[in-house]
Ligand binder design. Sequence first.
Ligand code: G3P
Length: 221
Amino acid sequence: MFLDCFEPAKIDTWVRRGVISGVTTNPALISHEKAPFSMKERIDKICKLVNGPVAVEVTAREHESIVAQAREFHSWNPGQIVIKVPVDMTGYAVISELERKYSIPTMATCIMTFTQGYGAALAGAHYLALFWGRMKEAGISPEEAVMLLLERIEREKLRSRILAASLRGGHHVFEALAAGAHIVTVSPRTLEQVLAHPKTDEAIAEFAEDWRCARERGLMG
Ligand code: G3P
């Protein structure tokens, strides 16, 4: 699982819990910051916290400037940084150039359909970020897209891995994993929901009470 997060303290907490092997960021998460910060320093910090890929999204709009921005971001930590590129008509060409000319790993993002994902996979993207929640809102089946993409990836020996993003709650995390997405990127809040359960808390409280009673009765030496 990856963490969809830009806050080092939360990333640190989840890495320590041992369930996070990568981080995804995006301009929306960055815009929630309350004070000025250095993007390079923040990404450096995140890279030090997580032992795995850290996805940073390009914001430029023209091909040459996107490639320049991507190369700059990637130079901050070539071993970990993956460049997120939205899949508009400029995006496919950028993905192809970054992957094939510069060997920079990319994450095709804002994918809403199977065919966009397939196009990004053909362009060479390492990761295909399917926007689960937004697909559902648009009446598109992400489950079907995952199934068809897995089939093409296998049949054509493509290297792309499917990452389910835009997960609106625990039910989406379940659906994405059940559909066969290789990775889910989850917000800290949703991760709290999926890794906890009231019945678990109930069982823990019950056992604690049983233990207390057993001690009180002097059952243990
Ligand atoms: O990081 C990409 C994704 O998780 C964003 O989701 O909430 O903007 O649809 P959302």
